[in-house]
Design a protein around this ligand. Sequence first.
Ligand code: AMP
Ligand code: ZN
Length: 139
Amino acid sequence: MSDDCIFCSIVAGDIPARTVHETDDVLAFLDANPLARGHTLVIPKSHAQHVGDLDEDLASELFATVTELTPRVQAAVDADGANVGINDGEAAGQEVPHVHVHVIPRFEGDGGAPLHAVGGTRPDLSDDELDAVAEAIAG
Ligand code: AMP
Ligand code: ZN
């Protein structure tokens, strides 16, 4: 638990939330400032800022919860689809430094955008550059 983390305070029960799902290790609640009806956040209860900080079991449970909840969220608000994503790090727009998965219901004609819209200017990468990046990630 981190003292000045708003999501740790929700886990501790010090700040109210509209909880929709809870296990020993994972919590899901409605976003207080929703981008759409049903916008839900799924978090690990233990504090970690980055997805890479999660241990394997917790990461598995978090994703299992996301896959279980996403169709339930969609059904609850009669959505046509959903964007599921994580802002990992300040440069990616993360404001609350506690891992959270956004489940954002989407509706035909809602005026929103796909996840592709989150990137900045698209890089024009040569085949060699793509090969080098793939190699660097593969390690
Ligand atoms: P991010 O930019 O990915 O860090 O998103 C943080 C999200 O947390 C935003 O969508 C906020 O609306 C949401 N949020 C912030 N405080 C609360 C809160 N007390 N309860 C529920 N959602 C919150
Ligand atoms: Zn926290």
